[in-house]
Design a protein around this ligand. Structure first.
Ligand code: SAJ
Length: 401
């Protein structure tokens, strides 16, 4: 059954909201994207973007030029409301649902009978029901009149536009009618399967996916510490172990960053501390890795008076400009703070940074006594050990052949 719902209001124009809003705009929906930043609103209305993501600029331009995407500081009436706001944590890793609450309260006066409200933000179990409760407090009847569902975003930064369409989606409503209406909407533009469940299962499913990845990365990071002690190349070890048909280990690195994995697991741990020992342990292993890298650099720096240390990459992962929760930023800042050497930074995906002077890749390689590879950005992969024979290299990503 194809729904007749056609106007959409997306709250939050970040890494999920903007790609979603522009995709829907190019599919013929009438989309209003809402953000609290006037700079973001202005940029989008000019057909430009404020984040780096392959092909997003073209999509936004095309949706704006077609008149199907308009950015605004204020929400408006719509058939479908999509909440895509941040869900960070506060001190002590307590989930911070302020933005979800605020977003729900601002759309509440605009909602009409038959509207669908979708929460896409990654959320602790129970948040979708919280959204429904807020709507009830504003006089809406979420049993019969307004549909409320969770459909967690699952896209990988760097592949967002592909995965928005191709990934299977999990849709969980607060009741069967909400699940069905929300699932029908996603079936209109998703080529992957749309899987129906309850709101709570959808919430926990998203947290489970990111926990699975974090635990696997923690295993790889733990192996990297063991290998370092044993003088074994961890990359060779993992590639050999992965030749077993039922082994598939991920890659060690300088730590786990980004606004998702490094945050979401705490939503699970916070609600069920006594039953999430493995998950907590994985978080702790991954959170300890930056300090281990810093100590490695200090060890190597000892032989110099004040070495030039080139930090290659400060993004949280390869080929993105996103610095949120980036272990590379934390490492670089601490090396500067502790005066371990003269720190130079090369980050090809951003133009400037308030704390670091950025230099070109060639300049970084040329000037450095110690080369610290923190991110496996594509341009860095041209580095080869033979070209760097006079330098000390600490390669946290295993890119140098
Ligand atoms: N990392 C490693 N080793 C690896 C893989 C990743 O150290 O083998 C590090 C990365 O460098 C980065 C961090 O982990 O610092 C996270 O990167 P990522 O590529 O694993 O994941 P995100 O945070 O970009 O996106 C994840 C994805 N979740 C899963 O793959 C299960 C994505 O599908 C989610 O939509 C996203 O979280 C989200 O928004 O929750």
């Amino acid at each position: 059954m194809k729904t007749e719902l056609k106007s959409i209001c997306v709250i939050g124009l970040g890494y999920i909201g903007l790609p979603t809003a522009s995709l829907l705009g190019t599919k013929g929906y009438n989309v209003t994207g809402v953000d609290v930043s006037s700079d973001v609103v202005e940029t989008i209305n000019q057909g430009h973007i404020h984040i780096i993501e392959p092909d997003l600029d073209l999509l936004v331009k095309s949706a704006v030029n077609a008149g199907n995407l308009k950015a605004s500081l204020e929400p408006c009436k719509a058939d479908i409301f999509i909440i895509a706001v941040p869900t960070p944590f506060k001190d002590e890793y307590v989930p911070d649902l302020t933005y979800v609450r605020q977003a729900t309260k601002t759309i509440a006066p605009l909602i009409e009978k038959g509207n669908l409200v979708i929460l896409e933000s990654t959320s602790p179990v129970g948040t979708t029901n919280m959204v429904a409760d807020i709507l009830e407090e504003h006089g809406h009847n979420t049993v019969d009149d307004v549909f409320v569902a969770h459909c967690p975003e699952r896209v990988l930064p760097g592949r967002i536009l592909i995965e928005l369409v191709q990934n299977d989606r999990i849709v969980g409503g607060i009741n069967k009618a909400s699940t069905a209406v929300a699932a029908d909407f996603y079936k209109e533009f998703v080529s992957g399967e749309v899987l129906e469940t309850s709101a709570k299962t959808a919430e926990l499913s998203k947290l489970t996916e990111n926990s699975f990845r974090d635990v696997n990365i923690a295993f790889a990071n733990e192996l990297s510490l063991i290998c370092d002690k044993e003088h074994i190349d961890v990359w060779e070890l993992i590639s050999l172990a992965n030749r077993h048909p039922r082994v598939d280990i991920l890659n060690p690195g300088p730590g786990v960053g980004g606004h998702c994995i490094a945050v979401d697991l705490w939503f699970m741990i916070h609600r069920n501390p006594e039953h999430s020992k493995l998950i907590r342990s994985a978080r702790e292993v991954n959170d300890a890795k930056p300090e281990w890298v810093i100590n490695k650099v200090k060890e190597k720096a000892e032989r110099f008076k004040l070495p030039v240390i080139a930090c290659l990459g400060i993004a949280f992962k390869a080929d993105v400009d996103d610095l949120r929760e980036s272990p590379a930023v934390a490492i670089t800042k601490k090396l500067i703070k502790e005066n371990v050497g003269k720190i130079i930074v090369c980050e090809p995906n951003i133009k400037k940074h308030k704390d670091f002077d950025l230099c070109s890749f060639d300049e970084a390689i040329d000037k450095a006594d110690i080369i610290l590879v923190l991110v496996d950005h594509q341009p860095f992969k041209s580095l080869s050990a033979t070209k760097l024979s006079e330098k000390i290299v600490i390669d946290t990503r295993g890119i140098i052949k």
